[in-house]
Design a protein around this ligand. Structure first.
Ligand SMILES: [Fe+2]
Ligand SMILES: [Fe+2]
Length: 206
């Protein structure tokens, strides 16, 4: 006669399929439509893609290869930070009122954008090029952890009443739009940075 499982073993055996099935569902959805089925799946897929390019950059040797990878990383991060700031972060803030998480995420984006601009305005022949990409990778790793960790922004968004499927659809639509006009987004980012610089100069002269 089979022995009945202890309560601990029962908990263990019932917990595993639940975790596996939620991962499988996300991956399955990601495979089906290329972006996952909600906002968080879409944003996490972006994170994984950029992490992969950072890992490839670390191993890359030739200047052309390094430049091509850095370009992909910068373009993807520009679109990703833009859609988070335009759509996901405001929806998160409205649903949770979590000012600390929201504001820190924006400031971390600002730091990354400054490095992105420096990487794009130089090249692999610059002695600081690799260091800039490495530091950007570390900044993004930290930021992604803040978004994805147990008490992070994504977990809080998931336990709030945000409509993550509707937000995911908005993110996907805006992402497609921005990806189809990368130069326009680059110009917008440069204008924003110039505006910030002007505000800083004006403020400091008061
Ligand atoms: Fe993100
Ligand atoms: Fe972010």
């Amino acid at each position: 006669m089979p022995r009945s499982k202890s309560p601990a073993a029962k908990r263990k055996s019932s917990a595993k399929p639940t975790r596996r099935s939620s991962r499988t569902t996300t991956r399955g959805a990601a495979r089906r439509n290329g972006h996952g089925d909600d906002a968080i799946a879409l944003l996490k897929a972006d994170h994984r893609k950029v992490e992969d390019w950072f890992a490839k950059f670390e191993k890359a040797r030739g200047d052309d290869r390094k430049r091509a990878l850095a370009e992909k990383i910068c373009n993807a991060l520009r679109v990703h930070t833009q859609i988070e700031e335009e759509i996901f972060y405001p929806a998160f803030f409205e649903a949770t009122g979590d000012e600390d998480l929201h504001h820190e995420a924006i400031i971390e984006h600002d730091g990354a954008k400054k490095l992105i601009a420096e990487i794009e305005s130089s090249g692999p022949d610059n002695e600081f090029y690799d260091a800039r990409v490495t530091v950007l990778s570390e900044m993004i790793k930290h930021h992604v952890k803040e978004e994805e960790q147990r008490d992070g922004m994504f977990a809080k968004a998931r336990s709030s009443d945000m409509d993550l499927v509707a937000v995911g659809q908005q993110l996907a639509a805006r992402k497609a739009e921005l990806e189809s006009s990368p130069d326009a987004l680059k110009a917008l980012s440069r204008a924003k940075e110039a505006g910030k610089g002007l505000i800083t100069r004006l403020t400091s002269s008061l």
